[in-house]
Ligand binder design. Structure first.
Ligand code: M6R
Length: 369
């Protein structure tokens, strides 16, 4: 049932191009517009939405953090992202014009379910992004956009995460389409790029041997840090979470711009730091800032693992290890940048003798508080 793979996690990592393509299937029409019939929230209500609030836990929360960049850019609606466990215990300001998006692979996470119930009590519309048909969270929501990742067995979420991202982009683009923002041309171009993203993920998967080798060589380390900016920041958080849960190592993700506000004090000779570099095209100021950050940490002894777009040569002199990913629009980069981090964590955990499908102390679905 593992289809020739050593673990469910490896199988699920390999299934990502298909999972991504399946999640797009039937949702883009021949003219390149989105048809999200499942989102049964009437267009006029979506046009009146004045706030989006995303609630989720763990990896799904990281998908939400990335979605915020896309939603705010393409729709100009303010978007908050909150851990479901925090959201339900404060007094969040919600009303009929708030759209709450609950992201959950299992659809059974108790904290996320409680957040959904709370939001509906306030009169807000709730859209679930979920991978499990007929599970509790979609049943209790106003509408659901299913991710079509297929069953995810390994405790560590991989293909569900990529499809959650795709679903979030679809919602963001759809909101932009319904509301007719000035980004119309960009929205159409991104829909075209999304259609090719499965192939890009496939290309990344085909180049992972050096990443596996690097992971094995780092099996004796105590700490690995991850840095990113913009959408690369939640990718860094996700890379760190994967390493914690699978390799039982100290791993932290930071916003690269925060380095000088504290984390740079952690850098010492030989410390591995994985850096997600934004595309040099598009918002190039982000790229240039990150390249300076790499120089800063390297000058202090960091062993840099640099994830950068194909053709980006500016990073080459500062990379102890260079991992190439295909060029994508800035906002879509997490779909390709996360994959090497999944492979890295899985291989490092295996090298440490850990059981990757069933890490200690963890359950696939957290149905208690
Ligand atoms: O089923 P859910 O998406 O609601 O689960 C949320 C988290 O428990 C989950 O993503 C967890 O963080 C994973 N083990 C991460 O790999």
């Amino acid at each position: 049932e593992k289809g020739g793979h050593a673990s469910f996690m490896l199988k699920e990592i390999a299934e990502q191009p298909k999972a991504v393509a399946d999640t797009l299937l039937g949702r883009i029409d021949a003219e390149g517009s989105l048809t999200l019939d499942e989102v049964r929230i009437p267009a006029h209500e979506l046009r009146e939405t004045d706030k989006v609030v995303i609630v989720a836990c763990g990896t799904a929360f990281h998908a939400g953090l990335i979605a915020k960049y896309a939603i705010e850019h393409w729709t100009r609606i303010p978007c908050e992202v909150e851990l479901a466990s925090e959201f339900r215990y404060r007094d969040p300001i919600l009303d009929q014009r708030s759209l709450v998006i609950a992201i959950s692979q299992s659809g059974e996470t108790m904290d996320t379910l409680m957040a959904v119930r709370h939001a509906r009590e306030q009169g807000s519309k709730v859209l679930a992004i979920c991978n499990t048909n007929g599970s509790t969270i979609p049943r209790e929501s106003d509408a659901v956009l299913y991710t079509h990742a297929g069953p995810e067995v390994a405790v560590a979420s991989t293909k569900a995460f990529l499809t959650q991202l795709v679903a979030c982009y679809l919602v963001a683009l759809y909101l932009g389409q319904v509301r007719g923002t000035k980004w119309g041309d960009e929205i159409r171009a991104v829909i075209r790029d999304l259609a090719g993203i499965g192939q890009a993920v496939e290309r990344v998967l085909g180049t992972m041997e050096p990443v596996r080798e690097l992971a094995r060589s780092l099996a004796g380390q105590d700490t690995v840090l991850f840095l990113g900016r913009h959408v690369g920041y939640p990718v860094a958080l996700e890379g760190a979470l994967k390493l914690k849960e699978l390799a039982y190592m100290h791993a932290e993700g930071f916003a690269a711009g925060e380095l000088k506000h504290g984390p740079i004090a952690l850098i010492e000779e030989g410390l591995p730091v994985v850096v997600v570099v934004p595309s040099p095209r598009g918002r190039s100021v982000l790229h240039d800032k990150l390249v300076s950050n790499i120089q800063e940490i390297r000058a202090r002894g960091a062993r840099t693992v640099v994830i950068a777009e194909e053709g980006d040569e500016t990073v080459t002199p500062y990379a102890d290890h260079l991992v190439r990913i295909p060029a994508t629009p800035t906002l879509l980069q997490p779909l390709v940048a996360t994959v090497p981090l999944q492979v890295f964590a899985c291989e490092l955990a295996t090298a440490r003798g850990n059981e990757v499908d069933q890490p200690r102390n963890l359950a696939k679905s957290v149905t208690v508080e």
